[in-house]
Design a protein around this ligand. Structure first.
Ligand SMILES: Cc1cc2nc3c(=O)[nH]c(=O)nc-3n(C[C@H](O)[C@H](O)[C@H](O)COP(=O)(O)OP(=O)(O)OC[C@H]3O[C@@H](n4cnc5c(N)ncnc54)[C@H](O)[C@@H]3O)c2cc1C
Length: 386
């Protein structure tokens, strides 16, 4: 039984069938809509270049019982309860994703998580509309890009000292600040929001930002509240081991809701990346049908903002130094994090080849020469010492 009809849930069912599992499979999803893709919601769909991001034309060929519009509410020994009934299971996969964090205040705040959120918001993004986005993270930046392209007056309010600071640090995030101005987007940095009110944002320090529409994009939380009292250990999501199995035997988790143990990085991680929801189900399905296949990725993420493609691979949280590959800034640049003599993560802007070569260096765990990394005339792969 799989709970959560997003990418991770759907891919789990697909992988079970691809890998030859012939037994009964049920997919339960809270949304009425069949599984769809989320990354285009803040990009192509918001820009008006797509209306439908469905992941499959039809679900019939999955060979699964699909129960949409049904929400899991409780888990107890071998039984999943939903708002419609109780279902005993042999194995359970939790793929309930994540939900946006809301700000205090009585005013209307929108989010950008579901396709219905996106379609409703897009209708409001008409030329001249004043849009306030709280949070200059990945989603805030992508939404600002699309809204500015639609002729809206866009303001982005960010509590940190730079865009993307929480994800990649203020030094790197600061390199994206000019992108906002070039797109005609107002960026207010170091500005916390106190509350969302009718017609605008009450800013900490007493300021006021008037807006016709307010979108809160300050991050998400794993959707695991329904598991309280289930005995499943939670640690910023469902805590699972490298096999994606939780503290309760036979109960697994995958995708945005799962905090898995990374053998490679020796830490728990919950990357909130599309690539994880896409690929982890292959390992998970193997484990569900009796295998023992660790999921041990080098996490990968991309973002499209202000006409640029950003790509990030690895995990830099334990890194001890940052090495710029050539001068920082401009249209194309890359930053590399090292832990000791090994590459831990790479962020590229418009340099997909560096991204690919960096990914291979991280995967191989080779020792690298920092001076070669810093020289953009030398291919990144040639930084390997072993
Ligand atoms: C606007 C947007 C843009 C993004 N862009 C990028 C990008 O550019 N690059 C990138 O790497 N990642 C991006 N992401 C992140 C990526 O989409 C997610 O990592 C991915 O969708 C996670 O898939 P999931 O299946 O784990 O969770 P979800 O997609 O959240 O699916 C979980 C499903 O479970 C359902 N559910 C929740 N609770 C219950 C319950 N109790 N019972 C039954 N069902 C339940 C939910 O309704 C939902 O349908 C973006 C996300 C968003 C929202």
């Amino acid at each position: 039984m799989v709970v959560g009809g997003g990418l991770a849930g759907l891919r789990t069912v697909e992988e079970l069938r691809t890998q030859g599992h012939a037994g009964a499979v049920t997919l339960i999803g809270a949304e009425i809509r069949p599984p769809y893709d989320r990354p285009p919601l803040s990009k192509q769909l918001m820009a008006g270049a797509a209306d439908d991001t469905s992941l499959r034309d039809e679900l019939g060929s999955l060979g699964a019982v699909v129960r949409l519009g049904e929400r899991a509410t409780r888990l107890s020994a071998g039984v999943l309860s939903t708002d419609r009934g109780d279902y005993p299971f042999d194995r359970l996969v939790i793929a309930t994703g994540a939900q946006p964090v809301a700000l205090p205040g009585p005013g209307r705040q929108r989010f950008l998580r579901t396709i219905d959120d996106a379609l409703a918001l897009r209708e409001r993004l008409v030329a001249g509309a004043r849009l306030a986005i709280v949070g200059a993270g990945w989603i805030g930046a992508e939404l600002a890009t699309a809204a500015a392209g639609r002729g809206c007056q866009v303001s982005v309010v960010e509590a940190g000292q730079a865009p993307l600071a929480a994800a990649v640090g203020a030094e790197i995030g600061a390199l994206t600040t000019d992108w906002y101005a070039s797109a005609g987007v107002e960026l207010l940095l170091g500005q916390a929001v106190e509350s969302v009110q009718d017609g605008g944002l009450a800013l900490a320090g007493g300021g006021w930002l008037a807006a016709d529409e307010i979108v809160t994009a300050v991050g998400v939380r794993p959707e695991v509240g329904w598991l309280s009292g289930s005995g499943v250990a939670l640690e910023n999501g469902v805590a699972v081991n490298e096999m994606l199995e939780s503290s309760v035997a036979g109960v697994y988790a995958v995708g945005d809701c799962a905090a898995f143990w990374s053998l490679r990085f020796r830490r728990r991680m919950r990357p909130e990346h599309w690539d994880v929801a896409l690929r982890a189900p292959a390992a998970l399905a193997a484990n569900l049908i009796g295998g023992a296949k660790p999921y041990d990725p080098v996490p990968y993420f991309w973002s499209e903002q202000f006409g640029r493609m950003l790509q990030y691979v690895g995990d830099h949280r334990d890194a001890d130094r940052l090495v710029w590959r050539g001068p920082a800034g401009g249209d194309r640049w890359a930053a590399c994090w090292l832990t000791g003599d090994r590459l831990a993560a790479v962020l590229t802007v418009g340099l997909p080849r560096d991204l690919q070569q960096g990914r291979r260096l991280i995967e191989s765990g080779s020792e690298v020469d920092a001076d070669r990394i810093a020289d953009p005339a030398i291919q990144l792969r040639e930084a390997a010492l072993t």
